[in-house]
Design a protein around this ligand. Structure first.
Ligand code: SF4
Ligand code: SF4
Length: 352
């Protein structure tokens, strides 16, 4: 596909045209000083930068924290069921980093494969993803350790990349091409091979600045083999069970459902849940197969970095949010490295 080199002003113009014509545009923007994804009504509201990550991931624009699955009213013997609309208006997720775009593909694996989640699927079909390649990595970032890249294109419809002065615009899918054609292009300068080389060099520079050890596929077997190793107790002891990690994670998709009702009607709601919560696996009998917080932390770590089908990437995309925000200072990447080392040592000593 063709690609373009545009100025900051052209980028803002394009964004404004998208806002005016493409439905809802969600972009990183300040919310009382906190950088979050939110709908913007003017291009000037967007924080268009090739560094810095939002507090929350883009997940909640497709899988809201809480949503009504159906609602009903009751009057005498009459019950009227009202379903929420399942065909949302088009939305553009603008300015997401590569890790968040990859996180959407992890959500797809769960919510679009097998029995499709109609609520998620409708929003996903209505969503176009415009990424920004990262020009620097935060200390918590580790996308390269889990198969990603600071300029990765998985899950991306249009990639923007900083060129120092101006931006490289690359439509990567048919949908991305349409988004660019609909609101941009006129007067844009065609990108050169030199522009593209600059981005490749930036990608290598940023990737090599992430000094985190890769999490190789072989660790999946090793970690599972060490399921009962004492290292989990030592690491997981610190976990508070707050589930901040799962809430901010772009690829965590667990939810719970509950019903709220009175004599006039009610609604069925679903709300984000997390395997790090104590009640997540508690049975109606009161028995809890993950009875300690260490077991619950082990579950999250293994689910993000070990459990997978052979043809799947790990579920963690290395965004680093849980590392930056865990109140107990747990760093999922450092902990998996420590666990793999402890288990491997026991195996090599023949005591595993
Ligand atoms: S790992 Fe950290 S953020 Fe996650 S539940 Fe435990 S204490 Fe909370
Ligand atoms: S587990 Fe942590 S680092 Fe990995 S994708 Fe989720 S929030 Fe990001």
């Amino acid at each position: 596909m063709r690609s373009w080199r545009i100025t900051d002003a052209e980028l803002r113009q394009w964004l404004q045209r998208l806002i005016d014509g493409a439905g809802t545009v969600i972009a990183p923007a300040s919310d009382d000083g906190l950088l979050v994804y939110r709908p913007i009504s003017s291009a000037d509201e967007a924080v268009v930068e090739a560094s810095g990550i939002t507090r929350w991931s883009a997940k909640e624009r497709l899988l809201p924290r809480t949503e009504t699955l159906y609602a009903y009213t009751a009057s005498g013997n009459e019950v009227t069921v009202a379903s929420p609309p399942t065909e949302p208006s088009p939305q553009v997720l603008f300015g997401v980093p590569s890790c968040d775009a990859a996180g959407l593909l992890r959500l797809d694996d769960v919510l679009l494969s097998g029995i499709e989640d109609p609520f998620y699927a409708a929003r996903r079909r209505a969503t176009t993803v415009v990424s920004i390649a990262c020009a620097e990595a935060a200390p918590e970032c580790f996308c390269t350790a889990v198969g990603g890249s600071p300029a990765g294109v998985a899950g991306v419809d249009v990639r923007l990349a900083p060129l120092g002065e101006g931006w490289l615009v690359e439509p990567l899918t048919e949908r991305g091409g349409e988004l660019v054609a609909a609101a941009g292009v006129a007067g844009w300068q065609e990108a050169t091979a030199e522009d593209r080389t600059k981005v490749v060099e930036m990608e290598h520079r940023v990737a090599s600045s992430i000094g985190r050890e890769p999490v190789p596929p072989e660790w999946a077997e090793l970690l599972e083999a060490g399921f009962d190793h004492q290292v989990w107790e030592r690491i997981g002891w610190y976990c508070l069970g707050c589930s901040v990690c799962a809430s901010v994670c772009p690829s965590c998709s667990c939810f719970d459902m509950h019903h709220e009702a009175d004599v006039f009607g009610g609604e069925e709601l679903r709300t984000w849940d997390a395997c790090t919560f104590a009640l997540f696996t508690r049975h109606a009998s009161g028995h809890n197969p993950r009875s300690t917080q260490a077991q619950r932390f082990r579950q999250r770590l293994l689910h993000k970095l070990a459990f997978r089908r052979s043809d799947e990437p790990v579920r963690c995309v290395g965004c680093g949010r849980c590392v930056a925000l865990c109140p107990a200072g747990l760093d999922i990447h450092s902990e998996v490295v420590a666990a793999a080392a402890a288990i491997a040592e026991e195996v090599s000593n023949g005591t595993g």
